[in-house]
Write a protein that binds this ligand. Structure first.
Ligand SMILES: Nc1c(/N=C/[C@@H](O)[C@H](O)[C@H](O)COP(=O)(O)O)[nH]c(=O)[nH]c1=O
Length: 363
C-alpha cells in the first residue's frame, strides 16, 4: 500500500463507520497530513452537518497551511446547507489534494477539482477509487437514477426453501447470520416486506445490533390492506411505517391505519407496480431499500428488473419438501438459457451458514 493509499484508507474507514447515518447525503471521510503526521481527521456525520473537509480543517487549524488533504469524494463546489468545501480548502492554503471518487452528480462533477487547480493546488484523483465507489454505492445509484438502491435478502435451506409448506421458517439460519442481517437494516434507509410475511411472522423489522444502529423506515406491500390491526409494525412505534396498497383498497381500512399514525400510500393502479413504487420512494429521499421478502415480493422485484444486489444466507438443512416455499416465486423461466443472469461478488461463512452476494450481470 502506497503512502497515499494508506491515508486514503484511513479516510475510507471513517466514511464506512458512519454508513447509515448520512442519507440522503454520501458518506465522506477526510484526513489532513503534514510532514508525515496526521494533523486533522473529519467525517460527514449526517445531512445538514459540516462536511468531512470542514471538520478535518477545523481540527488541523494553522497546521493545514501547506498540508496535504485526502478526501474520499470530490470536494463540493456549490452552496448547499454549508459553503463550498473547495473554497475553504483554497482559503486554508492546502498544498495538495488527493481524491478517491468523483461526484456522480453530472451538474457538479469535476467543478470542485477545477476550482482547486485554478487556485494552483495540485489535485490527484482515483486513489482507492474502487473502494470509495463501493462505500457510496447506494448514494451513487440514487443520484444517477433518483430511485433507491435495492438489496434483496433471502434465507434458504440447502434445498433452496425459505419456509416449509406449513409456513414455518423459524429458524433457517443461525443467530450469527440473522444478526449479520441487522447491519444492512442499519445501512439502508428503508426495509420492505410483503403482507404474507407480516401475517406469518408478525415482525418488528428493527435494527438490533449490539452497538445500536438506526431503525429503517418500514414499508409493507399490502395491496388490499389485509394487515391485522394488532400487528407489531402498527403498534410498536419503533420506526416510521408505510403501508402501500392498490387503488381499490377499502377506504375505511386506510383510515383505521392512518389513525395509528401509519402512512398509507395508495398507488394509482389496482396492484402495486414496483417501478412506480421506487420512483415514489426516491421522491421521499429514500436512497436505499432492503427487501426481506417473502418469495412473492422477491419475485415481483425480479420481474421488474429493479434490484441491484441479492444477499442470500444458506443453512446446511434439508427440508426435502418440493412444495416448500422457494426464495423467489415470480417471473418464472422455463428454460435454463432464459434464467436471470447474475454474478457472485462474495461468498463467506457466517457461523454455521453461508452468505452469498450476487449482482445482476450488466447486459
Ligand atoms: N426465518 C429467517 C428469516 N426470516 C426473515 C423474515 O421472514 C422475518 O419475518 C424477519 O426477519 C423478522 O424480523 P424481526 O421481527 O425484526 O426479527 N431471516 C433470516 O435471515 N433467517 C431465517 O431463518
Amino acid at each position: 500500500m502506497t503512502n497515499k493509499e494508506y491515508y486514503m484508507n484511513l479516510a475510507l474507514q471513517m466514511a464506512e463507520a458512519v454508513m447509515g447515518q448520512t442519507s440522503p447525503n454520501p458518506v465522506v471521510g477526510c484526513v489532513i497530513v503534514k510532514n508525515g503526521d496526521v494533523v486533522g481527521m473529519g467525517v460527514h456525520m449526517k445531512a445538514g452537518d459540516d462536511h468531512a473537509e470542514v471538520n478535518a480543517l477545523n481540527e488541523a487549524g494553522d497546521l493545514a497551511n501547506e498540508a496535504d488533504l485526502y478526501v474520499t469524494l470530490e470536494p463540493c463546489s456549490h452552496f448547499g446547507k454549508t459553503p463550498p468545501c473547495a473554497d475553504l480548502i483554497i482559503a486554508k492554503n492546502i498544498r495538495n489534494v488527493f481524491i478517491a471518487s468523483m461526484d456522480p452528480n453530472p451538474l457538479v462533477s469535476g467543478r470542485g477539482i477545477d476550482k482547486l487547480r485554478e487556485a494552483g493546488i495540485y489535485v490527484e484523483t482515483g486513489i482507492l477509487e474502487k473502494e470509495a465507489t463501493r462505500v457510496n454505492k447506494y448514494f451513487f445509484h440514487y443520484i444517477k437514477t433518483k430511485k433507491p438502491f435495492v438489496t434483496l435478502k433471502t434465507a434458504v435451506t440447502l434445498d433452496g426453501k425459505t419456509a416449509a409448506q406449513s409456513g414455518d421458517s423459524k429458524w433457517i439460519t443461525s443467530e450469527a447470520a440473522r444478526m449479520d442481517v441487522h447491519q444492512y437494516r442499519h445501512k439502508h434507509d428503508a426495509i420492505l416486506v410483503g403482507i404474507n410475511t407480516v401475517i406469518r411472522d408478525n415482525p418488528h423489522l428493527t435494527t438490533r445490533l449490539p452497538q445500536g444502529g438506526k431503525n429503517p423506515i418500514r414499508i409493507i406491500l399490502d395491496t388490499h390492506l389485509d394487515i391485522p390491526l394488532e400487528s407489531n409494525l402498527l403498534n410498536d412505534q419503533e420506526a416510521k411505517t408505510i403501508v402501500v396498497c392498490g387503488n381499490k383498497a377499502v377506504r375505511e381500512k386506510q383510515e383505521r391505519l392512518e389513525s395509528k399514525k401509519v402512512t398509507v400510500k395508495r398507488m394509482d393502479h389496482v396492484s402495486i407496480n414496483i417501478e412506480h413504487l421506487l420512483v415514489w420512494l426516491g421522491e421521499q429521499q429514500i436512497t436505499s431499500l432492503f427487501v426481506e421478502g417473502g418469495s412473492k415480493i422477491h419475485g415481483s422485484f425480479l420481474e421488474s428488473g429493479h434490484y441491484q444486489e441479492v444477499i442470500l444466507y444458506m443453512a446446511a438443512k434439508l427440508l426435502g419438501d418440493p412444495s416448500g416455499l422457494s426464495s423467489f416465486s415470480g417471473n418464472v423461466k422455463t428454460k435454463m438459457s432464459d434464467s436471470h443472469q447474475l454474478q457472485f461478488t462474495s461468498v463467506e461463512m457466517i457461523g454455521a451458514d453461508i452468505k452469498v452476494i450476487a449482482t445482476p450481470k450488466k447486459n
